[in-house]
Design a protein around this ligand. Structure first.
Ligand code: ARG
Length: 466
């Protein structure tokens, strides 16, 4: 027969409908190990407060070890009538320790401070896994950037050819946003590093327990300053959820590029067979499913975040049962990222870029027009006129169906004649090459090869301590 955790004031047990709604073991059982660790620390706090004798404490620790073994082997698992992981584990402990001793562990704690501590413990551990996977994606991007060397490609704004950039520069743009996500995880860990254990149901505990010692044992460096906040805030959960969603969005942005680059019209990149899929009907098809699933799952990661925030927004303090809804959102995000990122890293690492195609497209679409304008500025022409003159070059080239670098010396003499001496005008050809254009952008953060090489080293340094 199941022991409810309450009962004293009730004349009947919960209805079947309530039990079905209330039940959370189907998702919160994954907190069992953290719960048992919390119980060990709590038992020792009871011991230090004189509420468990030395013998009771050592017997309690043995029983918790046995419970952990039973959980590990699957001999003990929640059954139909357990409401949540804490209810199930209490049943398991009572079966091992007996009602007399087992019934003492609940003193001085509530499922409210308990669950608030457990979600923090679980998230901190899994955030490290997510960070490791993110680091591997960054490493794959860095590898590709190194392999890309000085290959240039069309840089785009509004999806239109804008200015040539190095392929490595374009790829590294994605590495930096992921590096910021990693830093966010580090910053977040410092904020979530406070134990709610000892907050009790909401107001703290009367039993003289030492929350600081419990915190230490559970890997927290501090205890929350306010027991109401400790039991009812989930901003640290929501902040993790944001970072997870942001990682999803950042991966999705790179996915979108890969999908476009992989299209026949672009032909910039080929995906490895092991990281592509085929079609059940069209024998020729080779599809970028990893990139598409990553892009698709970003929607789900965002949904988890917005669902969680919506759950939190109307809650009065302190604990309300709505808070049980925090877990599935972040569990789903971690599960999603843990399956997406290894595939994504493999896809990135094995992509093969088509250098000739990238290089031949790089200067097209009049992408060197800014270089002409800036060359004119160096000749002393005010930028307003320089922009006009370069625009006139584009117009001439466009009307003839050629690129800017196909214009003749005479073309430039004619177009520039009011502003540049005729003997100097043809010298504009010096900047009319992809490599000239790229190398000229040599300020910090620019696409010049030496700046990009430096940038890659900075990224390597940035991830080293993470
Ligand atoms: N299962 C709940 C949760 O996940 C914890 C239990 C608190 N229940 C309660 N009636 N105070 O948030």
């Amino acid at each position: 027969e199941h022991l409810a955790l309450w009962g004293g004031r009730f004349t009947s047990g919960p209805s079947a409908e309530l039990a079905r709604l209330s039940k959370s073991t189907q998702f919160d059982w994954r907190l069992a190990d953290d719960d048992i660790a919390g119980s060990r620390a709590h038992a020792r706090a009871l011991g230090r407060a004189g509420l468990l004798s030395t013998e009771e404490l050592s017997r309690m620790e043995e029983c918790l070890d046995e419970l952990q073994r039973q959980v590990d082997s699957g001999r003990f698992a929640p059954d139909e009538d357990d409401e949540d992981e804490a209810t199930a584990l209490e049943r398991g402990l009572l079966a091992i320790a007996g009602d007399e001793l087992g019934g003492k562990l609940r003193a001085g704690r509530s499922r409210n401070d308990q669950i608030a501590a457990l979600i923090r413990m679980w998230l901190r551990r899994h955030a490290r896994v997510v960070a490791g996977l993110t680091l591997d994606v960054v490493a794959a991007i860095i590898e590709q950037s190194r392999r890309a060397g000085d290959v240039a490609m069309p840089g785009r704004t509004h999806m239109q050819h804008a200015q040539p950039v190095l392929l490595a520069h374009q790829l590294m743009a994605h590495a930096w946003s992921l590096i910021r996500d990693l830093r966010r995880l580090v910053d977040w860990d410092a904020r979530i590093d406070e134990s709610p254990y000892g907050s009790g149901a909401l107001a703290g505990n009367t039993l003289g327990l030492d929350p600081q010692a419990v915190a230490k044992e559970l890997g927290f460096s501090k205890v929350v300053d306010n027991s109401i906040d400790g039991t009812s805030s989930r901003d640290t959960t929501a902040e993790f959820s944001f970072i997870a969603a942001m990682i999803g969005v950042d991966l999705s942005r790179l996915s979108e590029e890969i999908i476009i680059w992989n299209s026949q019209e672009f032909g910039f990149v080929t995906l490895d067979d092991a990281y592509s899929t085929g079609s059940s009907i069209m024998p020729q098809k080779k599809n970028p499913d990893i990139a598409e699933l990553t892009r698709g799952k970003a929607g789900r990661l965002i949904g988890d975040l917005t669902g969680l925030l919506a759950t939190l927004k109307g809650l009065p303090t302190a604990y309300a049962r709505d808070l049980q809804e925090d877990k599935e959102a972040v569990f789903d995000q971690v599960d999603t990222l843990e399956v997406v990122m290894p595939a994504f890293a493999g896809m990135v690492r094995t992509m093969v870029f088509h250098r000739e195609r990238l290089e031949s497209e790089a200067p097209t679409g009049f992408a060197l027009a800014t270089d002409i304008a800036e060359w004119l500025v160096k000749q002393g022409v005010p930028f307003r006129h320089a922009h006009e003159l370069s625009g006139a070059c584009v117009k001439t080239a466009e009307s003839r169906g050629v690129e800017l670098l196909d214009l003749s010396d005479d073309d430039f003499r004619t177009i520039f004649h009011d502003f540049v001496p005729t003997d100097r005008a043809p010298m504009v050809h010096e900047v009319l090459s992809t490599s000239g254009s790229v190398s000229a952008r040599n300020g910090k953060g620019g696409t010049a090869p030496e700046r990009v090489a430096e940038q890659i080293e900075s990224a390597v340094d940035a991830i080293a301590p993470l």
